[in-house]
Design a protein around this ligand. Structure first.
Ligand code: HEC
Length: 149
C-alpha cells in the first residue's frame, strides 16, 4: 500500500516534469478510466457525471439550471472554465479557485482534499464517496501544467 502510494507519487512528479505520460496517469484514474489532465476531460468525467464509485456529479449542486449554484460557483460547461481559473472564492476572501501552475494553493484542490484551511466542507459536500487520490492527482496535474482551456 505504502510502496504503491509512493510509486504513484513518483510517477506524478515525473509526469509533471516531462508532460509525457498521460496514459500511465490514466491507469490511476480509478472509477473514471478515461480521465485525463485536460479541462474537457475533467468537465465531462468529474464535474458533470457520476462514476463507478457512485459519487454525486458536481453539477447537481453547482449549476445555474433551475437554481442558484451552490457556493456561487456554476460548473455548467459553457461557464465552468471562467468560474474556476483565476476566479475569486466566495466562501474564503482572498482565495482563488484555480491558480494556473499552483495546485497546492488552488482552492478547488483544497476543497477536494478536505484541507484543514478550507471554509465549509470537503467536496462533494454529501461525500463520501469523495474523489479518489488518483482523480485528484490528475486535476492537480492539469493545474500544474498551467490549467489550459
Ligand atoms: C450536494 C451538493 C454539492 C455537490 C454534489 C458538490 N458541492 Fe461543492 N459546494 C456545495 C455547497 C453547498 C457549497 C458551499 C458551502 C461550502 O463551501 O462548504 C460548495 C462549495 C464548493 C466550493 C467553494 C466555492 C466558493 O467559491 O466558495 C468548491 C470549489 C466546490 N464546492 C467544488 C465542488 C466540486 C469540484 C464538486 C464535485 C466533485 C462539488 N463541489 C460537489 C454543494 C455541493
Amino acid at each position: 500500500m505504502t510502496a504503491r502510494f509512493l510509486s504513484s507519487m513518483l510517477l506524478g512528479m515525473a509526469c509533471m516534469a516531462s508532460f509525457g505520460c498521460d496514459e500511465k496517469l490514466s491507469s490511476v484514474a480509478g472509477p473514471t478510466p478515461t480521465l485525463e489532465p485536460t479541462f474537457a476531460s475533467i468537465q465531462t468525467d468529474i464535474f458533470q457525471t457520476t462514476d463507478s464509485s457512485g459519487r454525486t456529479p458536481c453539477t447537481q449542486c453547482h449549476t445555474s439550471t433551475g437554481r442558484n449554484p451552490s457556493g456561487g460557483m456554476d460548473l455548467n460547461p459553457n461557464v465552468a472554465f471562467d468560474q474556476l481559473v483565476n476566479a475569486a472564492v466566495r466562501g474564503k476572501p482572498g482565495a482563488i479557485r484555480v491558480i494556473p501552475g499552483d495546485p497546492d494553493h488552488s482552492y478547488l484542490v483544497q476543497k477536494l482534499e478536505g484541507d484543514a484551511s478550507i471554509v465549509g466542507r470537503r467536496m462533494p459536500i454529501n461525500g463520501p464517496p469523495y474523489l479518489t487520490d488518483g482523480q485528484i492527482k490528475i486535476i492537480r496535474r492539469w493545474i500544474a501544467i498551467g490549467a489550459p482551456r
